[in-house]
Design a protein around this ligand. Sequence first.
Ligand SMILES: Cc1cc2nc3c(=O)[nH]c(=O)nc-3n(C[C@H](O)[C@H](O)[C@H](O)COP(=O)(O)OP(=O)(O)OC[C@H]3O[C@@H](n4cnc5c(N)ncnc54)[C@H](O)[C@@H]3O)c2cc1C
Length: 378
Amino acid sequence: MPDTRAIRAFLEPHHATLAERVRAFAGDEIATRPDPADDRAARGEARAILAQLGAGSWLQPILDLDLRACSLIREVLGEASPLADAVFALQALGTTPILLGGSPAQKDRWLGPIMRGEVMTAFAMTEPEAGSDVGAIATTARRDGTGYVLDGTKTLISNAGIADLYAVFASTDREKGSKGISCFLVPADTPGLRFVRPQVLSAPHPLGEIAFESCRVPADALLGAEGRGYALGLATLDQLRPTVAAAACGMAARALAESLTHVQRRQQFGKPLAHFQLVQQKLARTATDLTAARLLTYRAAYEKDKGQARITSEAAMAKSFATEMAQRAVDDAVQLIGGRGVLAEHPVERLYRAVRALRIYEGTTEIQQLIIAGELLK
Ligand SMILES: Cc1cc2nc3c(=O)[nH]c(=O)nc-3n(C[C@H](O)[C@H](O)[C@H](O)COP(=O)(O)OP(=O)(O)OC[C@H]3O[C@@H](n4cnc5c(N)ncnc54)[C@H](O)[C@@H]3O)c2cc1C
């Protein structure tokens, strides 16, 4: 179970119970699943895990906008299986724009099957020429009769090719820049939406490119008002960034646990590695940084749950600090475990491949730093 003592000031009683339950679920039903051998297997696994999460009602905190619960779930899943964490995260990322901007009819149509894990979502924002610079989105949505026609390419999209529903960011008015971006809900089987190719990551994580080629959607595919897409996208990322931080904390906690086990067993120079002070220093640093990261994470989630409208700075601090911390923690674990730590399929080798992307997706560390500085300089 994640150690809830350090963060108890930020939790309600139901969160502590949830932490225990999700830990049991992850141990019994997630950690025991086989590791996918390749990208194709990872895609099948992702769908199977989504069905499990839906059947166990683990997706419900997304609907409840209970950010601390989502963070606890991601922390535990990140520790047990980065792929399972990604499945939860992507369902949250594809659903939050509907929660924040959807009409009652859109919510009625989609939220039930999404929460049951029957409909898998994706968040299609990034483009070949629009990564950190979201305002540069070139996919267009042209008004045509009663609906819109979408044209453009999206790249590095998680769940591309296996999602049932895409939240797509496209420009309805290029002249207005970011204020001309709108968000559309596009079912995967819409004619003109094409899965172009998978983009294979070093860790199991379904990713790929999709294209819109004269893709016609009805007017009621628009989420919120025209031109509100950029704000909706940023609000979604703002809200979910603490959960990325939580996943990073879970991965760091797993790395620390693997290190602790190893250094107490492994003997060199006639003593367990744990006796050496240079080894202890790494353990102490990870434990301290991990605690600091968890405090930043649950502080940000707490503020949002308690009604603070925006947690821009808090979320950016949590995401950048926790993901950078997790990278160091996993790297230290590999170092402490030595040669075995770089062997394929050692738990820390898997973490080493999985943790890297967290410093990039949902806004790079540098972009988080710009956000924090921007808030300071306002
Ligand atoms: C595993 C994974 C999953 C992803 N899933 C999704 C998804 O589901 N949906 C989606 O829409 N996108 C997704 N992405 C894309 C992700 O959001 C982008 O990769 C990210 O926003 C960075 O964009 P970029 O890769 O184009 O890098 P760039 O924006 O080109 O940045 C490259 C480097 O330049 C730095 N940089 C850029 N601008 C500045 C600046 N102003 N000042 C200082 N440094 C700067 C960046 O920090 C980075 O280090 C995913 C990416 C990965 C790796």
